[in-house]
Design a protein around this ligand. Sequence first.
Ligand SMILES: [Mn+2]
Length: 457
Amino acid sequence: MRYVLLCPDHLLEHLAGHATLPGDSAVYLVARRALRARLARRGTAAMVGALDDAGFLRRALRGSRGPAVVGALPGRFPRILSAVQEALGDVPVLAVTDESRPLPGTTAVPLSAFGERVTRPALERALSRARVERIRRHFEGAERVLILMQDDPDPDAIASALALKTLLGRTRTSAHLCTFGSITRPENVAMCKILDIEVEEISAQALDQFDRVAMVDVQPSFLEERFHGVDLVIDHHPVERPIRARIRDVRPSYGATSTILVEYLRAADVKVTQRLATALLYGIKSDTLGLERGGSRADLEAFAHLYLLANHSALRRIERPELSDAALDVLAHGLARRRVLGGVFFSHLGTVTMADLIPQLADFGLQAEGVEWSVVSGVVGDQVHVSIRNVGYVKSAGEVARAAFGDLGPAGGHRTMAKAVAPLASLTGGEEARAGRGCPERIIHRVLRALGQNGRR
Ligand SMILES: [Mn+2]
């Protein structure tokens, strides 16, 4: 593959000795004998000649199809470029240069990129490595380490906790992954099961049993319990109250705590197993909605690194749990009895034993043609659960949930997803709603009123 690389001659020695250029073996062309001699000492043969002479270039490159590497003073590049174009036609030309003005007809390889692409990442890596050393020293010798997460740990927290345990080189018995609450979301339960991650539920009294306390994806002030002597906090949420901990690393510009841990693991050259990579990839994916929300450059880099290491079929099983025959029947029933009114998909599942089918159908309802909102309800015990979803560029789902059902019970959520829970009797006639014969009028009425479109029925 023929191309021409124009390179300042003081850089040519470095390039010739170390860089592997793509394509067939390269021909090196220089103007000065002294440079040829220096290259020869490094084992690279070069030809000396008038570099702005098209005839010399043609003769020099006869019998080769590989790249031509031309070492010269950057001031001479324009004349050399004309000779190259005369001798070789429209061959691609790369120019390594510090000049801010690009050389027309060439692809610029700016030397200024060296600082950004080589020095900066190396510096960041060195800083991470130093931080890892500090953390490891602090936890060294501790018999029992607590790695604490928020009350209903999400994938980012679980993955970060597993990564910290790995970084500290600890086992299940010497480092415990814990929460004061419990894991409730089915995907998160599936994550722990499929990736064999043990999360223990503990009480505040149990804190005394640990020699060191680390928190990931959470800060002491986010929890109700009182702490004295937190050793380490690694998080990406904004700091609301000053964090009292021996070592803190809080980066609100990051989309996930997992990303910070990936940087630690890489800086410390810790082998990331397929299992850990899968957990961390899922952590970043779910906290950034697949890099669509709040993902930084660091998240993208961590994501790309993990993507090659992760087990994607395990990830698929976590994200899309298997549906039993009974679950399919419930969903089919819900789909068959849907109503679409004013761009809102409504469905009522009746009494469900698998409560997570309600949000699942709500997600699915959003794919219906012309729909901007999806509202799916079901009866769980003596309560009605309502899941609300939207396409993202309309009113906040959390606000709509509060406006529609806030007077009946807990209601709220984010921009695109929300949930409300209300006593059965407040929304339905009771038996009819249990059987799931169509969506209760009161739900439809309340949602459309909250959306300000009751007239559109
Ligand atoms: Mn997080």
